[in-house]
Write a protein that binds this ligand. Structure first.
Ligand code: CU
Length: 491
């Protein structure tokens, strides 16, 4: 991986040395001034990736590798990124979780220009906020399972904080991702891990009435996506480099669910995770948990004290997914043998565990009510998704904004899920605070994706502090591609 600081200094040094010569050539000097070297270069290209010995896939990648290169920025220091697109399809590269302008963000719906096919786009921005972010394509895939985030266009971003990042011996980045998607009718997303588990009777009645109506029409189930291969850092379990540790190490894991559609879990037998950040943002209460759960696009930074020597499988709780690759070996120095797995005791995941106890949040200036609903199999066999009755046009384009913001005001989104599916809901270009989960008040947890369980409700608050069109959507690719999106604008 390139370290941009060196690259840039080197460039300036070279440019400085060359100044005398360039005086003879004003045109050359001008070119150097208008086009400094990029801090990072990302190249979108189709490439083979080997996820296990002789298991080679061909997919769209960043820089010919999967995951895309880890991009490290320094908080608050402007960076220049060149994005080359070597494919035949115009592309959008989204800087997930960053507070950037619509010109940079990477969403056509907000008006970000495309990176032209076989072209280049240069962007510059000030990376913010600190912590674990990521970059991924924001192209619509629709029914095309080789497009969008089904392919290999996902890479981690780490924005170095200006303040002390914490005490640990080493840092390990893990990116969870499935390959070879196929469509099926049915398939269940796990959600019995969600806490609080309270569902709303009225939402349930709405959802069940919709299901009855579609059963009458003979089309109760839209397509769902399943996968053949499961990987961590682009390798199936047992086929990548193990995470090598020593007894007593404090290892800081930065883990990212890069899936297009799946909810993931992760456990390391005999160890606990001290969660220090969610979606890159430090949590008020860094609690210990035996299992991590990630909605699509969610990130967790957690410290593991290595105090249980052995050779272990750090893997997904779903046996089938783990057997098909969703895991990585953690190996203590001096230990060998077959990696061991043990199912952790029953555990429910709640964001409130990491919240500020007994804290309250300021009242919002305005509350937007949103109801999410599913029209079963209504869109050429795919489920159509609506927010307050409207599906976003299925075109990868701008549409009129549904919600209007005034700069500086605090807003609350009261989200009600009238479907039985779980939704990892994402707001672009802003961070939000979790303020109510299924009736339970909470405060202090800042995120950019929140999982909303079937027939549940939750509330998130955010300050309108980054003017411009702002996309809001479910991060499950099938859901966002079939209507589950809306725009906010500033008025
Ligand atoms: Cu969804």
């Amino acid at each position: 991986m390139e370290r941009f600081v060196e690259t840039r200094r080197e460039f300036l040094r070279t440019a400085g040395l060359a100044t005398g010569a360039l005086l003879l050539s004003p045109k050359h000097l001008f070119a150097a001034e208008t086009e400094p070297a990029a801090d990072y270069t990302v190249r979108i290209k189709v490439a083979p990736i080997e996820i296990a010995p002789n298991q080679i896939l061909s997919t769209v990648t960043y820089n010919g590798q999967f995951p895309g290169p880890l991009i490290r920025f320094q908080q608050g220091r402007e960076a220049i990124v060149d994005i080359f697109n070597d494919t035949d399809t115009p592309e959008q590269l989204h800087w997930h979780g960053q507070i950037v302008s619509t010109d940079v963000d990477g969403a056509a719906e907000e008006g970000t220009p495309y990176i032209p096919a076989h072209g280049r786009r240069r962007i510059s921005f000030t990376p913010n906020p600190a912590g674990l972010r990521f970059y991924h394509t924001h192209n619509r895939a629709g029914a095309d399972l080789s497009a969008g985030q089904y392919g290999g266009q996902v890479g981690p971003v780490y924005i170095e904080p200006n303040e002390n990042p914490g005490r640990y011996d080493r840092e390990v980045f893990l990116l969870l991702k499935e390959f070879e998607p196929t469509l099926s009718r049915g398939g269940d997303m796990p959600q019995d891990f969600v806490s609080p588990s309270v569902t709303d009777t009225a939402l349930k009645e709405t959802g069940e009435a919709a299901m009855k109506a579609s059963l009458v029409k003979g089309m109760p189930h839209g397509y769902e996506v399943g996968y053949r291969f499961f990987t961590i850092n682009g390798r199936m379990l047992g086929h990548g480099e193990p995470v090598r540790v020593k007894q007593g190490d404090r290892v800081l894991f930065h883990i990212l669910n890069g899936s297009a559609t799946e909810i993931r879990s992760l456990a390391l037998p005999g160890h606990s995770f001290q969660v220090i950040a969610l979606d890159g943002n430090p949590v008020p209460n860094p609690a210990h948990v035996p299992v991590l759960w990630f909605g699509t696009a969610e990130r967790i930074s957690a410290i593991v004290k290595m105090n249980h020597p052995g050779v272990w499988i750090m893997g997904d709780l779903a046996d089938d997914d783990r057997r098909h690759g969703m895991g990585i070996v953690v190996e203590y120095a001096g230990r060998s043998g077959k990696p061991q797995w043990a199912t952790p005791p029953p555990f429910r995941w709640s964001y409130t565990r990491f919240a500020k106890p007994h804290a309250s949040v300021p009242a919002p200036d305005e509350t937007f009510d949103m109801t999410f609903a599913k029209d079963n199999a209504a869109e050429e066999g795919f489920n159509r998704w609506t927010i307050n009755g409207a599906a976003y046009p299925m075109s990868n384009e701008m549409a009129p904004a549904s919600f209007h913001l005034k700069q500086g005001k605090r807003y609350r989104l009261r989200m009600r899920n009238a479907s039985d599916d779980i939704h990892p809901v994402h707001l672009h270009r802003h961070s939000f605070e979790l303020t109510n989960l299924a009736g339970e008040k909470t405060a202090g947890v800042m995120k950019d994706v929140v999982m909303l369980g079937g027939y549940q409700q939750c509330e998130i608050d955010f300050v309108a502090d980054n003017p411009g069109l702002t996309l809001f959507h479910c991060h499950q690719q099938l859901h966002m591609d079939f209507g589950f999106m809306a725009l906010f604008d500033y008025v």
